[in-house]
Design a protein around this ligand. Sequence first.
Ligand code: ATP
Ligand code: MG
Length: 310
Amino acid sequence: MRETCVPPTRLTPFCTHHHSSEAWETFMDILMKERFIPQLSAMHEGNFGPPPSLEVLDVLGKGTYATIFAAIDRITQKEVAVKRLHHKGDNCRRIYNEIRANELVGGVTGVCPYYGHRSFQKITCLVFEKIDGIDLYSLMEQRNFQPLPERKVRKIASIVGGALSECHRRGVSHRDVKLENIMVDVNDNIFLIDFGLASFFQSYEGEEAPTDDICGSIETPQYMAPECTQDKFVRGTETDSWALGITLFALIFGAFPYSLNEMMSLFEGRDVVPLPPDDDKVTVSKDFRCRLQRLLSVDPSKRAGVEIMM
Ligand SMILES: Nc1ncnc2c1ncn2[C@@H]1O[C@H](COP(=O)(O)OP(=O)(O)OP(=O)(O)O)[C@@H](O)[C@H]1O
Ligand SMILES: [Mg+2]
């Protein structure tokens, strides 16, 4: 039976040409297993829009839900990143959200450029600009979680804060802001990636209407805003502010502000998450401390918006 969880909007050309690399073999194996070949053949016959032009190269990364491949567009000779997601379980909603969010936030500075998607029977491939770099979690891991200098953190803060602010203006909250979902390239450009958990909102009297939807990824509860641990309505714009605060805290102090078992009790009777004092290793300006503290306000109605970091 044909699965129809993803609406057929824009189509991205895809290649069926054989490629010798291991990644391509894996890719073809999976396609074969899923009896995907007839669809691809049909594409070749011109039944599915423009002629295929992407040639898959290597695996770039693996997330919890997707595998990301490098591919080359043989028409433009440009390298792209192809995010492959299976249509199973929760993924359908995730894929739908990711496509819709990327279409809404297209062209926003600091968001990884998105080129389109192609859905097949059991998988969807989303095509993005290939970022020649690494995610911030891997970067921190590589440097043994040595804090980054304030100058670098401020640059990341202003780009990601600016990108999120524009997303919010367009009615999209990211809801999975974390080190793993921010990439830095070889020229020090910063990109927000992975809109798989994004949500969409309407403004009511200039404010986002709250929802009772889950917030953030359950795999990374460190970034979950305090209001999400209670049975309350939440706003994605406010949980994005908190998650940005935790991300910047981790970059500038080289650690998360609290351990997982501290999480529930920590917020009781507190207005903000305390910041470590300056020491020999880390000194942070008063101005940056003040902004960070305003993102990490426990009460979401007192929390600053992401634009405080712009
Ligand atoms: N455009 C890109 N260019 C280069 N590498 C990328 C790109 N997009 C993603 N990656 C790599 O793939 C990894 C996983 O990507 P992504 O976060 O989109 O997948 P996911 O399965 O949704 O992740 P999660 O586990 O956070 O849910 C990233 O951390 C990064 O290393
Ligand atoms: Mg991710």
